[in-house]
Design a protein around this ligand. Structure first.
Ligand SMILES: NC(=O)c1ccc[n+]([C@@H]2O[C@H](COP(=O)([O-])OP(=O)(O)OC[C@H]3O[C@@H](n4cnc5c(N)ncnc54)[C@H](O)[C@@H]3O)[C@@H](O)[C@H]2O)c1
Ligand SMILES: C[N+](C)(C)CC=O
Length: 488
């Protein structure tokens, strides 16, 4: 596959001719070479997006026409779903069933924002002044930089691209430099859908280079970022260059609270899914299990038995349940956390090492790991590990469960399992999280907003509010009977 950048309607090489090997995390083979852009390329893309926005044609075409473009992109994604899923699995190591689900979600997101595109006709409000009318309209923000991570490469890009172009903005997308394949493919589809030149631009390259240029540029009006908390902090600082709007979707250390009255089998099953889906490389992974003390031993023993049966392997193999981690660097980061956990006094109940299986030795595999004897103040409990590592704490009361669950700097998502619905509602209301699941873990969909409390982020994606992030609100006041004031 030809992995180039898309700037002003043209497929281009990097200005400095640089390329990067794209590595398959399953076996470290080179999938392809991608062009590796630099600040120079980012500047060109920003200028193209600026010209396309300032010309005014994209923002001023009827919103229904923009919706039709977004709908066409959804249909092309559906047409090429299998190819896209294969590319995502190749690039990230996730299983084909996860990648296919991602592609369904992605097409759903384009459908949703296509439908919303022409639904906001502005709003007249009751003016408190005589002889006047007062209208509120929403307009596009302008040029949007969109920076995405490697764990859900296309899904996170879709959450940004679809609402931005539906509302009349122009965009520059910068995917993670290690997983560009599906984003490039979707730009090919956007070209096929006939999107005018300059509306959607793609720049590949390092975050510290291309990403930093987008965040610092005074010609970018909004930066939407999904990624780690430390990068988010830098982007927030860079955004002060021109007070650009920012949307940050950052990490989480997501609590999963299991009460003794929960449906035991359901809670076990969901706790595994919460922690080990996509090898735990999920912002909303249920990496912190809080289990009521009276059922702790039974619960953990059952979890451990089930974890031993998780099948690691190639994402292409339909039998595989968990693929590799994304890179050697990331594997080493997660392994370092396992050492930290041991030093902090937690007990490895299962896993904690690379698998012995001969066939997995070239990949970045790690056994699903459970730490027991955890305390809330441990680093392995407080910090986002972003791998297949579950920590287990206990509680004895509802209040203690909520207090412990809230005791990190993060506030992205979490769940509670109980058959007492009043208790579930009280716990949901006490949790300082952007999403709370009751007797479930992980569902997200285009219609509901997604984002974090506290240091998990700023702003929301998806839902109507996710669309509004890409708009400025303007008040237009009209005096219907103007008269001189004679004040001066
Ligand atoms: N809240 C959410 O919805 C959500 C979703 C997915 C992932 N995440 C988070 O993403 C993180 C994992 O992704 P990652 O390792 O790719 O994150 P990361 O922060 O390392 O990188 C994310 C993106 O930012 C770019 N980048 C890096 N340094 C930059 C800089 N100085 N300026 C501008 N851009 C820069 C990278 O190139 C990449 O494209 C986890 O913390 C995870 O929780 C959050
Ligand atoms: C937002 N989500 C859950 C799709 C991916 C997080 O990493």
């Amino acid at each position: 596959m030809d992995i180039r950048m898309y700037i002003d309607g043209e497929w281009v090489e990097a200005a400095n001719g640089e390329t990067r090997d794209i590595i398959n995390p399953l076996d470290q083979s080179i999938i392809t070479q991608a062009v590796e852009g630099s600040r120079e390329d980012a500047v060109k893309a920003v200028q193209a997006a600026r010209r396309a926005f300032d010309k005014g044609t994209w923002a001023s075409i009827p919103a229904s026409e923009r919706g039709a473009y977004v709908l066409k992109i959804a249909q092309l994604i559906e047409r090429d779903k299998e190819e896209l899923a294969e590319l995502e699995t190749l690039d990230t190591g996730k299983t084909m069933s996860e990648s296919r689900d991602d592609m369904d979600d992605i097409a759903g997101v384009f459908h949703y924002f296509a439908g919303l595109a022409d639904k906001d006709g502005g709003e007249y409000i009751a003016s408190p002044l005589p002889d006047s009318d007062s209208k509120i309209v929403r307009e596009p923000v302008g040029v949007c930089g969109q920076i995405t991570p490697w764990n859900y490469p296309l899904l996170q890009a879709a959450w940004k691209i679809a609402p931005a172009i539906a509302t009349g903005n122009t965009i520059i997308v910068k995917p993670s430099e290690i997983t560009p394949l599906t984003t490039v493919k979707v730009f090919q589809l956007m070209e096929e859908a006939g999107l005018p030149a300059g509306v959607a631009n793609l720049v590949l390259g390092k975050g510290t280079d291309v990403g930093a240029e987008l965040s610092e540029s005074v010609d970018v009006d909004l930066i939407s970022f999904t990624g780690g908390i430390e990068t988010g902090r830098k982007i927030m600082q860079s955004a002060t260059s021109n007070m650009k709007k920012i949307a940050l979707e950052l990490g989480g250390k997501n609590p999963n609270i299991v009460f003794a009255d929960a449906d035991f089998d359901l809670a076990v099953d969901q706790a595994l899914n919460a922690a080990f889906f996509h090898a735990g490389q999920v912002c909303s992974a249920g990496a912190r299990l809080l289990v009521e003390e009276s059922i702790h031993d039974d619960f953990v023993n059952t979890l451990v038995d089930r974890v031993k049966n998780i099948r690691l392997g190639s994402g292409q193999d339909e039998e595989t349940q968990m693929g590799p981690l994304i890179s050697a660097e990331h594997l080493s980061k997660v392994e370092n956390y396992i050492e930290i956990g041991k030093q902090e006094g937690a007990t490895v109940a299962v896993g904690g090492a690379r698998p012995n299986d001969e066939t997995l030795q070239k990949g970045f595999f790690l056994l699903p790991t459970i730490f027991t004897d955890c305390r809330t103040d441990m680093r392995i409990v407080q910090e986002e590990i972003f791998g297949p590592v579950l920590t287990v704490e206990t509680f004895t009361s509802e209040e203690e469960a909520v207090e412990k669950a809230n005791d990190t700097v993060y506030g992205l998502a979490g769940a509670t399992f109980t058959t007492d619905i009043s208790k579930a509602e009280r716990v949901a209301s006490g949790l300082r999280l952007g999403t709370v699941w009751i007797n479930d873990f992980h569902p997200y969909f285009a219609q509901a907003p997604w984002g974090g409390y506290k240091q998990s982020g700023i702003g929301r994606e998806l839902g109507k509010v996710g669309m509004e992030e890409y708009t400025e609100t303007k008040h237009i006041f009209r005096n219907t009977n103007p008269e001189a004031l004679n004040f001066f």
